[in-house]
Design a protein around this ligand. Structure first.
Ligand code: CO
Ligand code: CO
Length: 317
């Protein structure tokens, strides 16, 4: 991509962040993002809701307020019946309704496999952007959803998962990052990102690299969907997770007790994962309390930001 010279581009391609930000005035900037992907679950309604929650998440991760969305839909009419397409759109409509974001247009085309997602436009005050580059030494790192989604959805495709685990995974993926975003804005946070395809450690690496710091993570504090441990042991993991772990190999210092399963889980490619928030130690408790009062009670402190210009991540038991 060409280098951006426009001074109104506050966040663009050069900083690997969640969404682009374009300044309209001193008080107002647009936040824009787009995301679409093939089904991660069998139920078309759930898929629509997951895709919608996932697309909105990048706006929430910047501390923005989503205003409107456009649908992006592709499907093969010979193998995907119209009722299923209806269900995808219904799942999405209910989810954006919950977020109070109207869908104001979109585009549909024939594709070889079903694809669905949204382009979302939001607003933010140019001085209140919570990017990934301002993490401070001593900050606590708070994660708002458990890990293991990529592993579970891979197992769903192989029919290895009981219905109750499917439901747990769907409820995690469809949970909006809206309240978590409002909590981090209310308390004041230094940096944030959402956990998606690069996994916890991949997105944390982007954050520490942008912030020119390092991080220390404590495995025992990271909440994981129970069944994902068993699946990781059986090597039921998405290709993206293996690629993430490979990418991270010379960026992470693992304690020698950290097992291969744990490495896979910490690198697991998530769909619609939680927010990872870097907040000053003094505000840690207030943020946890605010998250709990806004209905995000299972948020956890998983580690901290440390001084390290080489941007390494240490993983302890
Ligand atoms: Co993101
Ligand atoms: Co994205």
């Amino acid at each position: 991509m060409p280098k951006i010279k426009n001074p109104n581009v506050l966040i663009g391609f050069n900083s690997v962040d969640d969404a682009g930000v374009y300044r309209i005035s001193d008080e107002l900037a647009l936040v824009q993002t787009v995301d679409f992907f093939p089904p991660v679950v069998d139920d078309p309604y759930d898929f629509g809701a997951i895709a919608a929650a996932n697309s909105l998440s990048d706006i929430y991760a910047m501390g923005g307020k989503p205003l409107s969305a456009l649908n992006l839909l592709g499907f093969p009419p010979e193998s995907v019946p119209l009722w299923a397409v209806d269900e995808i759109l219904k799942g999405c409509a209910d989810k954006v309704g919950e977020a109070d974001v109207p869908i104001i247009g979109g585009h549909t085309l024939k594709t070889k496999e079903p694809l669905y997602g949204m382009a979302v436009t939001g607003i933010i005050h140019p001085e209140k952007i919570i990017s990934n580059k301002n993490a401070k030494v001593g900050d606590s790192l708070i994660l708002t959803k458990p890990l293991g989604i990529g592993i579970i959805t891979t197992a769903i495709k192989k029919d290895l998962v009981e219905q109750n685990v499917v439901e747990e995974a769907v409820s995690i993926m469809t949970f909006l990052n809206k309240s978590a975003s409002e909590a981090m804005l209310e308390v004041g946070s230094n940096a944030a990102t959402d956990i998606t395809g690069y996994g916890l450690l991949g997105h944390l690496y982007e954050l520490v690299r942008a912030s020119k710091r390092g991080a220390k993570i404590c495995l025992s504090k990271v909440r994981v969907i129970d069944f994902a441990w068993e699946l990781a042991k059986q090597k039921v993991v998405p290709g993206g997770t293996l690629a993430n772990l490979k990418f991270l190999q010379n960026k992470v210092d693992w304690d020698k007790e950290i097992t291969q399963e744990a490495k896979l889980i910490l690198s697991d490619a998530q769909t619609s994962g939680g927010l990872l928030i870097s907040v000053s130690k003094e505000k840690e408790k207030k943020l946890l309390d605010t998250l709990a009062s806004k209905g995000v009670p299972e948020s956890m402190v998983i580690g901290e930001i440390v001084e390290d210009e080489t941007c390494r991540i240490q993983v302890k038991t």
